[in-house]
Design a protein around this ligand. Structure first.
Ligand SMILES: Cc1cc2nc3c(=O)[nH]c(=O)nc-3n(C[C@H](O)[C@H](O)[C@H](O)COP(=O)(O)OP(=O)(O)OC[C@H]3O[C@@H](n4cnc5c(N)ncnc54)[C@H](O)[C@@H]3O)c2cc1C
Length: 668
């Protein structure tokens, strides 16, 4: 059985013990897994209250929340299938890119940027599986800054102001990062009772500690919580990891949704939204080469992500009229769908340093595998990430415009494959690979967080199976490029800090043909233009204010909402996953309120308090009735009555307001 090793295996007690230990560990890999939601068996032509397209970060959260309402029937369709084991084990995150669970989108070549990228285009990985990109991402927990949401509120209304979105961030969060949990000042902004775990790592990697010291020497404050409002500096992120496994809206919410009214169809590719007389009434989908029609009595909700949501709206006639007409599509609503595409803009800076710079006390891979299988600890169980946030100028020290994300790559790493997946071209990856045979590599991703440039998503054709055309638009505004000399020089200055100097760190300027013989700042600009890539946080293609309103309803169409990253009118200063979950949480409450259902599922129109029915209560406008408002606005309802009735009503989001009213109110 153990080929080639049999001669050394003892047949006595010790040999038996070791053999069974090996078998035990081999078998425990089967425990790394999850019972994913089952495919429903559905009749073609069935009707549901809500149809949600896409079980990604947003769709998984939204479907789970809507299914809390017993009398809502919900159909969730997902083009992909179950996530593989690599989507569960944090350290395998990189292997998911360019795999079969990635949509493998790319931008369109523009001959202006990306000359040093493979085929002159940017890679745009996106998850095609349950959990969507939330099953493939790097699990960094970030929220953006209060000023990001002041901006949203000015565009889309007060639902999106910082105070309100913060409540929703906290609602979903189960913070266990001890650096934060043990600090009451930080915990003011965190939740402990939510579904998605946000954890820290007990052992910060050696190289991360060295980077933090380096940034401190460069004048950055070390911050204990990268989500603390209005405080910027360098620090480690918390991650959405639970017990050494990826946590996400899929695992924490959809997987635990316990409702017979939620139907899930995997490997079901939605090809069209059916719109009749200005109302979305259903969708067309293909599963196993068979065409299905499903109908929505209340709403169709698109959660297909920044690239696929516009791709679904446009064939149904919702989009820019000129583009639609050019493809022979009848225009139903002339809206700027697909425009306003933007993303954080990323350019890599490189250093080389002596061997041992990245030292890790991590033992060999097989030992790490055993640790993981034994108790989900060790290198495989974690994602260590840090960043340094920088303001535009020292006069605005609370709002970052840029971020630096350093990584230390030990000698002889499998760097080449990661380099190619990132999208750099063969020559560049070979040059860096060769350097890595001799030195350790330090890469510093220099990121512009609030670019002015905008791109667009268009249809390639009317064939629903064609990928969308992604015009990244990177550096279409020259001002964005102007920031990079300062940013890259800041990244390089890590070489001139104590530890990295002691390791003979020095700057490497990779060979970029288009940029030879230029002065330093000109070279940086030229190289940045040639090497720039997406930071994988694209947003904005069905933006609030232009395509959807503040309730996320598509303008001019009934029964159609968008709930995903595409609705962000402007990108936030941070990674986008938690904000997308927050958008889904808010959308769920907006929908429940719209259909007069309390936020956890009781239809308030049917509710009685004492001898009052909801409809007979004074001061309450129908139908958007909310139990907390009922209680606050009705002096005539005495607290003991409330106490009796409240035991029949599940309340989550209103508990704080209720306890303000009367301490005797007992909310179970
Ligand atoms: C490589 C990478 C790393 C990232 N790392 C981080 C990170 O560390 N932290 C962070 O905060 N953010 C990160 N992000 C960003 C974050 O994950 C995304 O912003 C977020 O997941 C977007 O959620 P969404 O719901 O809008 O889209 P998605 O999660 O992409 O969901 C869309 C879903 O719709 C499905 N779908 C699409 N079209 C159809 C169709 N026609 N029919 C049926 N189903 C369809 C897709 O398969 C997918 O499941 C990362 C992104 C990438 C690409």
């Amino acid at each position: 059985m153990v080929c080639g090793l049999t001669s050394c295996l003892g047949s006595g007690a010790a040999g038996g013990l070791f053999s069974s230990a090996v078998q035990f560990f081999a078998a425990t890999q089967c425990l790394v897994g999850e019972t994913w939601p089952k495919d429903s068996v559905l009749q073609n032509g069935s009707r549901y209250d809500f149809i949600i397209v896409g079980a990604g970060t947003a769709g998984s959260a939204l479907a789970a929340r809507l299914s809390e309402v017993a009398n809502f029937s919900v159909l969730l369709l997902e083009a992909g299938g179950d996530p593989p084991i690599e989507a569960i084990i944090p350290a395998f995150r990189e292997t998911l890119k360019a795999s079969s669970v990635d949509w493998n989108f790319t931008s369109v070549e523009n001959n202006i940027t990306s000359q040093a990228l493979k085929r002159g285009i940017e890679q745009q990985p996106r998850g095609k599986m349950l959990g969507g990109t939330g099953s493939l991402n790097h699990m960094v927990y970030a929220r953006g800054f209060p000023s990001d949401y002041h901006e949203w509120a000015s565009i889309a209304g007060e639902t999106w102001n910082w105070t309100n979105v913060l409540k929703y961030f906290m609602k979903t969060e189960h913070m266990t990062d001890t650096n934060i949990v043990n600090n009451p000042e930080l915990m003011v902004y965190h939740g402990r009772g939510g579904a998605i775990e946000v954890s820290g790592t007990n052992e910060v990697m050696f190289s991360i500690k060295k980077f933090l010291q380096a940034f401190e020497e460069l004048g950055f404050k070390t911050v204990p919580d990268m989500t603390y409002p209005n405080s910027i500096g360098a620090g480690c992120f918390s991650h959405t990891i639970r017990n050494g496994e990826r946590d996400s809206s899929l695992r924490a919410l959809l997987n635990n949704a316990n409702s017979t009214s939620l139907h899930i169809l995997k490997d079901a590719f939605v090809t069209k939204i059916i719109i009749e007389n200005g109302t979305a009434i259903g969708i067309e989908a293909v599963k196993d080469d068979e065409k299905f029609l499903f109908y929505a009595d209340r709403e169709v909700i698109l959660s297909a992500g920044t690239f696929n949501t516009p791709k679904l709206l446009m064939p149904s006639g919702v989009g820019p009229s000129e583009h639609l007409r050019s493809l022979g599509i009848d225009v139903v609503a002339d809206l700027p769908v697909g425009s306003n595409l933007h993303d954080h803009v990323m350019v890599l800076a490189f250093l080389v340093a002596d061997n041992g710079t990245c030292v890790s006390d991590e033992a060999e891979n097989s030992m790490e595998a055993i640790k993981y299988l034994y108790d989900r600890t060790g290198f495989l169980a974690k994602a260590d990430n840090m960043a340094a946030y920088l303001p535009l100028s020292s006069s605005e020290p609370t709002v970052p415009e840029f971020a630096l994300y350093p990584t230390c790559i030990p000698q002889f790493s499998p760097f080449r494959s990661g380099c190619l997946t990132l999208g750099l071209n063969e020559d560049l990856c070979t040059e860096l690979h060769n350097l890595n045979q001799e030195y350790e590599l330090v890469t510093i991703a220099a990121v512009l967080l609030k670019p002015k440039s905008r791109g667009k998503v268009e249809l390639n054709s009317i064939n629903p199976f064609d990928d969308p055309l992604i015009y990244a638009g990177t550096f279409s505004e020259e001002q964005d490029l102007d920031h990079f000399p300062r940013l890259i020089k800041m990244a390089w200055s890590i070489a001139d800090t104590n530890y990295f100097r002691s390791k003979n760190a020095r700057v490497i300027k990779p060979w970029v043909e288009a940029c030879s013989n230029l002065t330093e700042s000109a070279w940086i600009k030229c190289m940045s233009r040639a090497m720039v890539t997406s930071a994988w946080h694209s947003v904005g293609t069905a933006a609030m204010g232009t395509v959807v309103d503040g309730d996320l309803k598509v303008l001019g169409i009934n029964g159609l909402r968008v709930v995903d990253a595409s609705v962000m009118p402007k990108i936030i200063r941070g990674n986008t996953n938690a904000p997308v979950v927050m958008i889904a949480e808010i959308a769920a409450d907006l929908i429940k309120e719209h259909y007069s259902v309390s936020r956890t599922g009781t239809n308030l129109n049917n509710m009685t308090i004492g001898n009052l029915t909801a409809s007979s209560m004074p001061n309450i406008s129908q139908p958007n009735i909310n139990l907390a408002d009922v209680i606050e606005n009705n002096d005539m309802i005495n607290s003991s009555l409330i106490e009796v009735e409240i035991t029949n009503v599940e309340l989550i989001t209103t508990t704080d307001r209720l306890s303000d009213i009367d301490d005797t109110v007992n909310v179970a």
